[in-house]
Design a protein around this ligand. Structure first.
Ligand code: SF4
Length: 212
């Protein structure tokens, strides 16, 4: 059984899939406590469901793109089996992970969106850098940047781990903390070949809106 916080259908707000309709399967629990977390409601709330029940619910939306998110989905071991089953059913599956737990057992068909937590998140020491070894060219690494220090740190990691040669690299702002224009200017000044992104859903709906 897997504790599920919510399953809903919306528009993918981030990553190279931004703008596409997507079914979100949000798992309960997170082992991190990022300073800017906007899904604290997923830390404990939820209901136990079997993988079959989850698949039934996902099927209702008739959408091929599914994101497994949290909280931190990898806290629950069965999340790997859930992603495998979704892939077996023919879904295009994405995993959004905070980057502190091992990803090597995630089904290779899954597109992993791996966070590397920046200094202002207060969770940087939890980054599991060995996950970088397992990145596929179809995966994406995400930096959520709230300060100039975060930006400089992110730039260093991109260079140190040669991330641009490995996969897509996403730079986004901590919503309400750093002006998007400021981050864009830094990226352009440094001629950094990363993908700037906004959390689209925070502009389409009120920023606090849940299940979008
Ligand atoms: S990893 Fe995600 S869900 Fe967990 S505390 Fe950080 S932002 Fe919140």
């Amino acid at each position: 059984m897997i504790k599920i916080n919510e399953i809903y259908y919306s528009i993918q707000g981030e990553s190279s899939k931004a703008g596409l309709p997507c079914v979100f399967v949000r798992l309960t629990y997170c082992n991190l406590r990022c300073s800017y977390c906007d899904t604290e409601y997923a830390f404990y709330e939820g209901a136990e469901k079997s993988i079959d029940e989850i698949l039934e619910e996902v099927k209702k939306y008739k959408c091929n793109l599914v994101e497994v998110t949290g909280g931190e989905p990898l806290v629950q071991e069965e999340s790997n089996e859930l992603m495998k089953r979704l892939c077996d059913e023919g879904y295009e599956v994405m995993l959004e992970t905070g980057g502190s737990l091992p990803t090597q057992d995630v089904d290779k068909r899954v597109k992993i969106i791996l966070d590397l937590k920046c200094p202002s998140s207060k969770m940087m020491k939890k980054n599991l850098y060995s996950n970088i070894e397992y990145l596929k060219s179809t995966d994406e690494v995400k930096f959520v940047i709230g300060t100039r220090e975060d930006y400089e740190w992110s730039k260093e990691q991109v260079a140190r781990y040669e991330l641009i040669d490995k996969c897509e690299v996403l730079f986004s702002v901590v919503f309400g903390e750093l002006e998007p224009l400021q981050l864009v200017n830094w990226i352009i000044e440094d001629n950094l070949q990363v993908r700037f992104q906004l959390q689209m859903h925070k502009f389409i709906w009120e920023p606090e809106t849940k299940s979008v």
